[in-house]
Design a protein around this ligand. Structure first.
Ligand SMILES: [Zn+2]
Length: 124
C-alpha cells in the first residue's frame, strides 16, 4: 500500500503551488473507495495559504466522500508533519485511530490522529 500511495503522491507533487516556501506537500486521504488528493496552495498574503491536508479534506467534503482509513502526507522537500490547524480539521471528520502517515519518500513515521492531537476539542 505504501508504494502505491507514494507513487500516486509523486504524480501530484508538481501541482503544489508553493512559490514562497518551496516546500511542496501532497496529502492523500485513502480508504477502500480510493483516494482524494490535496496539495498546499500558498498566497502572497501568507495567512491565506492552505495546507495540503485541509485541501484534501475540504475536497472530500465537497465530493461527499467520507469513508477513509487514513491520510498519507508526502513532501520531497522535508518531513511534512501536519500543523495544528490541520490536526484539528482532521479530527473534526475522523476518529482517534485514524492513520496519519508522514513521509519524505526516504523516512516515514506513522501516527494515529489521537497521538497527534490528544484531548481534542469537539462538540460531538
Ligand atoms: Zn496544516
Amino acid at each position: 500500500m505504501f508504494e502505491k500511495l507514494l507513487k500516486e503522491a509523486k504524480r501530484y507533487v508538481e501541482r503544489s503551488y508553493s512559490p514562497y516556501s518551496r516546500f511542496r506537500v501532497v496529502a492523500l486521504l485513502f480508504g477502500k473507495n480510493g483516494t482524494v488528493a490535496g496539495v498546499n496552495v500558498e498566497n502572497a498574503s501568507y495567512g491565506l495559504t492552505i495546507c495540503a491536508e485541509r485541501c484534501a479534506v475540504f475536497r472530500a467534503v465537497a465530493e461527499g466522500k467520507k469513508d477513509f482509513k487514513g491520510i498519507f502526507i508526502y513532501s520531497p522537500d522535508g518531513m511534512p508533519y501536519p500543523c495544528g490547524a490541520c490536526r484539528q480539521v482532521l479530527r473534526e471528520f475522523f476518529p482517534e485511530n485514524f492513520e496519519v502517515i508522514v513521509t519524505n519518500g526516504e523516512n516515514t513515521t506513522t501516527f494515529t490522529l489521537g497521538e497527534l492531537l490528544p484531548h481534542t476539542f469537539t462538540l460531538k
